[in-house]
Design a protein around this ligand. Structure first.
Ligand SMILES: [Cu+2]
Length: 466
């Protein structure tokens, strides 16, 4: 029982729990009365360890994962209930786990920049927090990867975290969880491979493999369905840097939630776009019997292994793929026209690239500065409403993530909208987006691009509270 060694934890003055391994237990005997000793087993344990992941016969990835699986175990938490999760680090590198899309104290959020402690190698650390808000959330490593394409979001260290509402409507017959990931990356100069990026552009990551969950397309079990079923897909783009656009030939996706939050206007779409870190909950009516490929519209991504076979009962044969109708993706089609309250303050953010040149790494700036010089990026007062007016002055996509808060998308380009609540908003190349939020979770909160390489090369700032 591995937990026996590590089930001792201490509550610090700010009300979150820090567990410790054997060394910490020895230290613990010397701690004063300010620390309350907590005994007992955590509700969940995640063990970080190396994993040889077989995506397909002969395609093995040496990576790191939680509890020996990719994705890690699905954590299903009950809304409003306190949960304790032990993270045990059985690797030789310190790491940290971030609870993406949840309202948790900064010290338990799993970002060292906000003050959360690293989970040291060989140690165990306990996180406790109250699970909210409801919906499809996820957890993942929030370590710095830098040039190391085996660490953090490049690795298998991610999993679904679903906060279940007290009363789940559950109008579906089957639930399927799919997390997309790209594997086996290397740094390349795109100019050497294809025309396109300007010649001063720096290194980018190119991948050799991709998967839904732990298998490449054509390997692993198909998703078995019956005609007439309503299937809920919870889709997560857990790729370190790649956008994906998904289709299921002959079927449409009815989008019911984005980033776990119900959308005001449920729309059926032919293709579904997800930037890194984004989630979509979609219902598919199974009304086209056959054997199909649910996969990315880019041939290159399917050839790399991204996709899964959907097989109707009593149907056999080669899985079919056909190009999807062209349907542009736009957050505003899921919004509505309700009036948006005027913000107490409008904050302009400009994102720019400092091209690395051939063989160099691109750098990123927010209002002219790179992390850590962007701390603080802006300061908020509890209870006030803010509008971030963001401009992407670069030819790259940036899924911008705000920690510990949900925000409302209020303008995409010059299109106003309301009601679409997210924690990550993708900014397409040379675009503007406005998001509104209420400063309702005091504590330092990171704002950063979810591309691992952009985040590591300066695209990060800190929102603070007065
Ligand atoms: Cu970015």
């Amino acid at each position: 029982m591995p937990d026996q060694l590590t089930s001792t934890a201490w509550m610090d003055r700010r009300g979150f729990l820090i567990g410790a391994g054997a060394a910490g237990m020895a230290l613990g005997t010397g701690l004063g009365t300010a620390y309350t000793q907590i005994a007992g087993t955590a509700d969940h344990t995640l063990r970080i360890a190396p994993l040889r992941l077989e995506l397909a016969p002969g395609r093995v990835i040496d990576t790191f994962a939680y509890n020996g699986t990719v994705p890690g175990p699905v954590l299903r938490l009950r809304e409003g209930r306190q949960v304790s999760i032990d993270i045990r680090n059985d690797t030789d590198v310190d790491d940290i786990v971030h609870w993406h899309g949840l309202y948790v104290p900064a010290q338990a959020d799993g970002a060292m920049e906000e003050g959360s402690p690293m989970v040291e190698r060989g140690r165990t650390q306990r996180y406790t927090f109250t699970a909210k808000p409801t919906g499809t959330r996820w957890y993942h490593s929030h370590d710095v990867a830098g040039k190391d394409l085996t660490r953090s979001l490049y690795s298998g260290m991610y999993g679904f975290l679903i906060v279940e509402p007290a009363g789940d409507p559950g109008r579906y017959d089957q639930e399927v969880l799919l997390a997309a990931h790209h594997w086996d990356g290397s740094w390349v100069s795109m100019q050497d491979l294809r025309q396109g990026p300007p010649p001063d552009n720096g290194l980018e990551v190119l991948y050799k493999s991709a998967s839904f969950n732990d298998k490449m397309l054509g390997h692993g079990e198909p998703i078995r369905v019956r005609e007439g079923q309503r299937v809920l897909f919870r889709l997560l783009n857990a790729s370190p840097t790649q956008n994906i656009t998904l289709a299921l030939p002959g079927h449409r996706f009815t989008v019911v939630a984005l980033d776990g939050n119900p959308v005001p206007s449920q729309r059926a779409v032919d293709t579904l776009f997800l930037a890194p870190a984004e989630r979509a909950d979609v219902i598919v009516e199974m009304n086209r019997p056959g054997v199909w490929i649910l996969g990315p519209t880019r041939d290159e991504d399917r050839n790399m292994g991204l996709g899964v076979v959907v097989e109707y009962a009593n149907r056999r044969g080669e899985p079919q793929w056909s190009p999807a109708p062209n349907s542009p993706w736009d957050y505003t089609i899921f919004g509505d026209a309700r009036p948006v309250p005027a913000p107490d303050r409008r904050i302009e953010l400009l994102f720019e690239k400092v091209p690395g040149g051939r063989g160099g790494y691109n750098r990123w700036t927010l209002n002219g500065k790179s992390w850590p010089d962007t701390n603080p990026l802006y300061t908020t007062e509890p209870g006030k409403r803010y509008r971030l007016a963001m401009t992407n002055k670069s030819g790259d996509n940036h899924p911008v993530h705000l920690h510990r808060h949900s925000f409302e998308v209020t303008k995409v380009g010059d299109k106003p909208t309301a009601g679409v609540m997210k924690d990550t908003v993708n900014m397409t190349r040379f675009s503007t987006v406005e998001i509104d939020f209420v400063a309702d979770d005091p504590g330092p909160s990171l704002l950063h691009c979810h591309h691992q390489d952009h985040q590591d090369e300066g695209f990060m700032g800190m929102m603070t509270y007065l």
